[in-house]
Design a protein around this ligand. Structure first.
Ligand code: XMP
Length: 326
């Protein structure tokens, strides 16, 4: 399909000026395509879907219906940010669904990582489908497809991403950023006024914390993971590593180790820090984090998060380790 090929003379969008030109063109194009019809968008809060949402809100306002499904595996504050930015600041037509119980009930007792991914992906489609069926008069489906998704068109993202939508959804697609590279999507996002932290968010897998809460997910361990991860992110922000490191997170395996807290024995979990640098996610190197930062993170996690007795660090590059720890 020729309209899926980036023209050779297309300029790399790396300034606000070029971003604004792109935005103006796309607004016209979206209005031409959509007319007065309604458009549906699964808004995860990730960079691509957020930029598409902001662009469509600018072009067609309330004709866009955003659905944010909280699968209970988001990082701390993420769903809240979607509601704040899109529901309140941009006054979008936003439907928020807290499906935490549905997902966690289905995942109960499931420890195989691939099975967990399938359950999360399948349930996401179901929830989204159910919601879409309740809304009348939707003619278009917007998607945050970007150029690398088209280039890797064996559909790596489409099939392993939770955002992958049912193939039988018979709606015409609206994909305004499909010819852009990630760095360009970010520039466009900033030009649209989205918060820097949202636009420069590190990659986050569709199945979310579900792949980092290893083994069978329990609510208490998931809670500990979310809190420990938030501390890691906060400390990386404070010491400037957040701007430098490509991806960093906590994983918590399904095992305990003996610790001592207030003179009492505690069978606690082990929080594992992973912080990697890469350009294409095919290979990755380990960021050398200063010990003083590691000490501070360890002290905070063990004192502020209930149930964690140890903090460990994964120093395995990719290969042989994958970036995620699952
Ligand atoms: P691995 O663990 O395979 O990860 O080395 C490579 C990159 O892909 C991300 N990842 C995902 N991204 N949906 C996504 O959109 C997913 O299901 C998914 N699983 C892993 C991972 O975070 C890393 O950046």
């Amino acid at each position: 399909m020729s309209n899926n090929v980036r023209p050779e003379n297309m300029k790399r969008i790396n300034t606000f000026e070029l971003a604004n030109e792109f935005i103006d063109e796309q607004i016209k194009e979206i209005r031409r395509q959509v007319g007065d019809k309604k458009v549906l968008l699964a808004l995860s809060g990730g960079v691509d879907s957020s930029v598409v949402a902001a662009l469509l809100i600018k072009a067609i306002g309330k004709q866009l219906v955003c659905v944010h499904v909280n699968h209970g595996l988001m990082r701390k504050g993420e769903s809240e940010q979607v509601i704040e930015v899109f529901g309140k600041e941009l006054d979008a037509n936003l439907i928020y669904i807290d499906a935490t119980d549905r997902f966690l009930n289905l995942l109960q007792g499931v420890s195989d990582p691939e099975k967990k991914r399938k359950i999360i992906g399948g349930e996401f489609i179901k929830v989204f489908d159910e919601e879409a069926a309740k809304i009348e008069g939707i003619s278009f489906l917007a998607q945050g497809t970007i150029y690398p998704d088209i280039l890797e068109s064996d559909g790596v993202k489409a099939h392993h991403n939770v955002g992958g939508l049912p193939e039988d959804m018979e709606m015409e697609l609206v994909e305004p950023v499909k010819l852009l590279y990630k760095d360009e999507v970010r520039v466009v996002g900033e030009a649209l006024g989205l918060p820097h932290a949202m636009v420069y968010r590190q990659p986050f897998p569709g199945p979310g914390l579900g792949v980092r809460c290893l083994g069978a997910i329990t609510r208490d361990r998931l809670h500990a993971l979310r809190e420990a991860d938030a501390i890691l992110r906060e400390e990386f922000d404070i010491c400037g590593l957040a701007e430098k490191v490509w991806q960093y997170f906590i994983a918590i395996p399904d095992m305990t180790a003996v610790g001592v807290i207030d003179g009492k024995r505690l069978d606690g979990w082990c929080a594992i820090i992973r912080a990697v640098n890469t350009t294409d996610a095919m290979t990755a190197t380990i960021e050398e984090i200063p010990y003083e930062v590691l000490h501070k993170i360890t002290a905070r996690i063990t004192s502020e998060v209930n149930g964690i007795s140890r903090v460990l660090m994964d120093i395995t590059p990719k290969p042989v380790g994958t970036i995620e720890f699952e």
